[in-house]
Design a protein around this ligand. Structure first.
Ligand code: NZQ
Ligand code: ZN
Length: 386
């Protein structure tokens, strides 16, 4: 096992009717900006619950943060933060709203002229203005981590940022919110969380027995709840396990002491930036190709996954590894997610090279554990994904 340090300062408030606890968590005398998305919270009752809980607190609102949060929109919110002396952000939404809030949190204290530099120059955020979240969509884990992904439509870029200053102070996780989430987003959440675990697990063995079991148990839980929650998003118990699995999949715990990959995410962000494909679906498109292309490097963990998660006990290490890849594709498809790039775009000419070039231009020429994925590999992996 590798050396590691672990600190996660986010307070989780989990369970039914917990949104009402908001007022206990927002600092006294705070001037709050409540951020939300395209309006789903006004239809499903979450907005009313938040507003009721904020009774007596001085707050402003900013709605309209889109999926794949857009830089230009976030700059509008940033202007409000500055004009109204906001000192606490409350994000009410899924990954996009929470990530957007993280960007605003960082940009509000950023001293440079161009806040986009935080992303393009990968400036880490050691301090932002504090933020809390009310999660409305289990998927990304952003409610308990210090990362964010921001899009700039103008330049077709989707870039990541992070730093210890971006952990939410608290996150309220009420699984009841899942009842109103559309099937497409539930499927996305399941696939995203599943891939988060894979990206931190599917490398090579380092004797991290507990981390492996943590990861396998999250994968098994997602597999178990998937058909239940897709069939009935109002099933509270299934929603609770789904929600907690998504959080645990990317709150830092399972990646401690182990090598991580993240190549699927890096390539996937390019596909979203170019074609607007939902984040989770880009992952489903790339996973099998990535693992097949890198079978030699990953086969031991793939075989372990096939055996422990999918019960495949027959065959050589390589045969089990390949069966594990097939099971993964079948799992994505069982969620109603198409797994080929050609299912999403008819544009094929030059895409693979474009993805490789864009990553290389940002210095990402050695992706994956041990830097095994070169631009030439990226090109082949994307090519295999049609
Ligand atoms: O905008 P509204 O009206 O709120 O509707 C949203 C949106 O259309 C809707 N929704 C959310 N909660 C709902 C609901 N509809 C009904 N009932 C509810 N309770 O769902 C749609 C998608 O929302 P979005 O926030 O975009 O989805 P998700 O949580 O999957 O977030 C995706 C974003 O997170 C980034 C992705 O790249 C993408 O931009 N990621 C962030 C990560 C992180 N910070 O750690 C890691 C991930 O790998 C990922 O990259
Ligand atoms: Zn993801």
């Amino acid at each position: 096992m590798k050396n590691f340090q672990f600190k996660n300062p986010t307070k989780i408030i989990f369970g039914k009717d917990q949104i009402s606890k908001l007022a206990d968590e927002v600092p006294e005398n705070a001037k709050v900006l409540m951020l939300y998305g395209g309006g789903s919270i006004k239809k499903n009752g979450i907005y009313d619950q938040v507003v009721a809980a904020l009774d007596g607190i001085d707050y402003e609102e900013f709605g309209g943060i889109t999926a794949n949060p857009e830089y230009e929109t976030l700059l509008e919110a940033l202007a409000i933060v500055k004009a109204k002396n906001i000192d606490f952000l409350l994000a009410v939404g899924g990954g996009s709203v929470i990530d957007g809030a993280k960007f605003i949190s960082s940009a509000a204290l950023y001293e440079g002229d161009e806040p986009w530099d935080i992303l393009s120059k990968r400036i880490r955020t050691s301090k932002g203005i504090p933020l809390g979240t009310v999660l409305t969509l289990p998927a990304t884990g952003t409610e308990m981590n210090s990362g964010a992904v921001i899009t700039r439509a103008e330049t077709q870029e989707k870039l990541s940022m992070g730093g210890e200053g971006l952990f939410p102070v608290f996150s309220i996780l009420d699984p009841s919110v899942v009842a109103s989430v559309p099937q497409r987003q539930i499927a996305n959440g399941l696939a995203d969380a599943f891939t988060h675990v894979l990206e931190q697990y599917m490398t090579y063995p380092v004797g991290a027995l507990l981390q492996d079991r943590f990861s396998e148990s999250i994968l098994q839980t997602l597999i178990e709840v998937a058909p239940v929650i897709l069939d009935n998003p109002a099933d509270y118990e299934a929603a609770a396990s789904f929600m907690w699995s998504c959080t645990m999949a990317l709150n830092g715990l399972i990646q401690k002491g182990v090598p991580t990959d993240w190549a699927i995410h890096m390539m996937g962000h390019e596909l979203t930036a170019l074609y607007g494909i939902d984040h989770a679906r880009t992952l489903a498109i790339l996973t099998a190709s990535h693992y097949t292309h890198n079978l030699e490097a990953k086969k031991e963990k793939l075989a372990q996954y096939a055996t422990r998660v999918w019960g495949i006990t027959e065959g050589t290490t390589e045969e089990k590894a390949k069966a594990g890849i097939e099971k993964t594709t079948e799992f994505f498809q069982s969620l109603g997610i198409k797994t080929k790039l050609s299912d999403y775009t008819s544009e094929s000419e030059g895409t693979a090279a474009k993805v490789a070039d864009r990553l290389a231009a940002r210095g990402m020429t050695k992706l994956g554990e041990k830097g095994i994925v070169s631009p030439a590999d990226v090109e082949q992996i994307v090519e295999m994904s049609y």
